[in-house]
Design a protein. Structure first.
Length: 268
């Protein structure tokens, strides 16, 4: 139904704006997560904000993230991050953020590493925000830059027939035939590409430019997915096969009046 809407109608535009879900609760959840890490340590923060069903992608395996964090020792390493781009579902109980992070030793000004995180969140039955997937990439630490004061946010609209894996498979079928030109119909004006070893880029044109630098087309093998209760956000994760090596990818989709669009694509 939403694919056929005429957004030039002022009344329709006003109606969509009135029902748009604010991303502020998700942004604040991310900031509380980072603040907890700053005051109580990284392990304590992840034990507090990791959902019991959260997925960790490591070395070709899909593991329970909470169990992994319980096994890890405490560390004095400082890990800090800040949301840069965010979106929330109309269900008021799920959303995502992505932004830069850095690691350093206590009292040191020199960074150990830097990169970009991406988190998909849900609010549980107790009203607490927990993440389902937290996945990141690294880039040269000299390229680190703090984001602006407030994250950019995106508006999404419901799709009653939302099916994350069906959306992903439709794209992958086109991708197999057309290569990177298949992205033309699924990129949003705010699409982010977080590609390992490169500083992330936002915007459809910059997304296409960065992914075109890859000398060979990577292959995607989806392994799992999820859909927000508002049926307007979806995510897919899986294996990434590129030049003989296997890694992971994470893609967040958002439904718009023009159909499903990639909001964030993370390639390890």
């Amino acid at each position: 139904m939403y694919r056929a809407l005429n957004l030039t109608c002022p009344l329709l535009a006003a109606a969509l704006a009135a029902t748009a879900q604010s991303a502020e609760p998700v942004i604040q959840a991310e900031r509380r997560f980072a603040a907890h890490a700053a005051t109580h340590g990284v392990r304590a923060a992840f034990l507090t904000y990791t959902d019991s069903s959260a997925i960790s992608m490591e070395n070709g395996q899909y593991l329970n993230a909470l169990a992994q964090w319980r096994q890890r020792p405490d560390s004095k390493i400082i890990l800090q991050w800040e949301p840069q781009f965010a979106g929330a579902s109309a269900d008021s109980a799920s959303g995502f953020t992505t932004g830069p992070y850095y690691m350093r030793h206590p009292g040191a000004d020199t960074l150990l590493s830097a990169g970009q995180y991406t988190t998909f969140w849900k609010k549980n039955s107790d009203g607490a925000w927990k993440y389902l997937i937290d996945f990141g990439i690294q880039y040269p630490k000299k390229q680190y830059a703090a984001p602006g004061a407030e994250p950019v946010t995106v508006v999404v609209t419901p799709d009653p027939q939302a099916n994350a894996m069906a959306v992903e498979e439709a794209f992958l079928q086109r991708y197999k035939k057309e290569g990177i030109t298949a992205y033309a119909v699924v990129l949003h004006s705010m699409s982010w590409l977080n590609l390992n070893r490169f500083r992330p880029v936002g915007g459809a044109d910059r997304f296409r430019e960065l992914i075109s630098w890859m000398p060979a087309a990577p292959q995607f093998e989806p392994a799992g997915s999820g859909v927000s209760g508002g049926k307007d956000l979806a995510y897919v994760y899986g294996n990434l096969v590129y030049e003989g090596r296997r890694a992971h990818y994470f893609r967040i989709w958002g439904h718009t009046p023009d159909g499903w669009k990639i909001l964030v694509q993370v390639m390890q």
